[in-house]
Design a protein around this ligand. Sequence first.
Ligand SMILES: Nc1ncnc2c1ncn2[C@@H]1O[C@H](COP(=O)(O)OP(=O)(O)OP(=O)(O)O)[C@@H](O)[C@H]1O
Ligand code: SF4
Ligand SMILES: [Mg+2]
Length: 402
Amino acid sequence: MSKEKKARGYLTGREIRAIAKANKADMKRLEAYKNRKADEEEFLTEMKDPSNILEIEDLHTYFFTEQGVVKAVNGVSFNIPKNATVGIVGESGCGKSVTSMSVMRLIQGPTGQIYSGSIRFKAHDVARDAKGKPIKNEDGTYATEDKTYDIAKMPIREIHRIRGKQIAMIFQEPMTSLNPVFTIGQQLDEVTFIHTPGATKESAKARSIEMLNLVGIAMPERVYAAFPHELSGGMRQRVMIAMALAADPRLIIADEPTTALDVTIQAQILDLLRDLKDKIDGSILLITHDLGVIAEMADYVVVMYAGKVIEQGTVEEIFHNPLHPYTIGLQKSKPTLKSDDEALFNIPGNVPNPVDMPNYCYFKERCDKCVKACSGDYPCMVQVSPTHYVACHLYDKEENHG
Ligand SMILES: Nc1ncnc2c1ncn2[C@@H]1O[C@H](COP(=O)(O)OP(=O)(O)OP(=O)(O)O)[C@@H](O)[C@H]1O
Ligand code: SF4
Ligand SMILES: [Mg+2]
């Protein structure tokens, strides 16, 4: 947005038409790419580090709105190692959910689109011959193999290979995610029917009861026959987790899984998630704005601000040696028992307008540690340890400072 538009505070009809025209062209191109037919080779790739289960690299996810392009995820990169829990933290609107929805390819088009970048995922899927046909074993079952997909490049018609099956998602509000007119059993069985070829009514029910047991439901047969409204919030969230686990996923994405629950139930669900990660031998991507939850659950932490990763590291590095002024502010704004008589710290100012991001550090207007370089280019990621990275000019080479 030009300075003149900013001062005016509104868009003229001509400007709105120009935005609509540019948006239409981009949306059409990206929708066509999403809906194309493509051979597997087009979206097969290799992991950069074989010890990872997911590698997100320079991901851009945009919303083409009437006011302009909202760069909700603007060049995000991070990895999820096998058997690890990675927590994403950041204030409301920073792009946590859009990042996770991009991994699941649940961004609602045509307005929302993955614009560019890679999402590499180590899948275990049906083996295919040179013509793309599934290979069968002698006993009639399908042969499987490990292969890496670039989820961002997969046509949407192929996404069933991983969505719900290899990567499962647990949402914040279990009541709206469960269908009120079907029993828990019907909804759980459905997951097995969709993802397990050859499943029978009996085998699906056995799997559903097994999953309800696994998530600590004491009377699984009763819950199996119940409708969602007959269960408490905590029970519903356990059912959602059971549903996510039914297809035996390699990665679970939990987006604010405990925000709608009271503290005691919250602690139980977090304990459950922690136990399950080892039981299922998988990884967890945990999204929350609660630093306490991250400290307890995560092995690695990714801090996001305004659509970008501004710091990442192990949980010890982020909590004991936070470097970015925003991460430091986040930690200071955490309520503690000691802060009884003091006002709670809050980071002054607001996140910049997502349609009109500056080309310097997005945190500059709120930062009390600015140096000369902060008015220049957006800071690059600086590596400060093998696992700790920060995007802030304070950690650039000395000559930038003034
Ligand atoms: N359908 C949409 N159309 C336009 N903008 C959107 C849409 N969905 C999300 N956004 C924008 O994308 C940005 C990131 O949103 P996102 O939901 O990822 O935030 P979040 O970090 O998950 O926040 P919260 O903690 O509140 O859940 C926000 O600025 C939001 O306004
Ligand atoms: S780059 Fe500058 S403005 Fe941005 S967080 Fe670092 S010190 Fe603050
Ligand atoms: Mg969210």
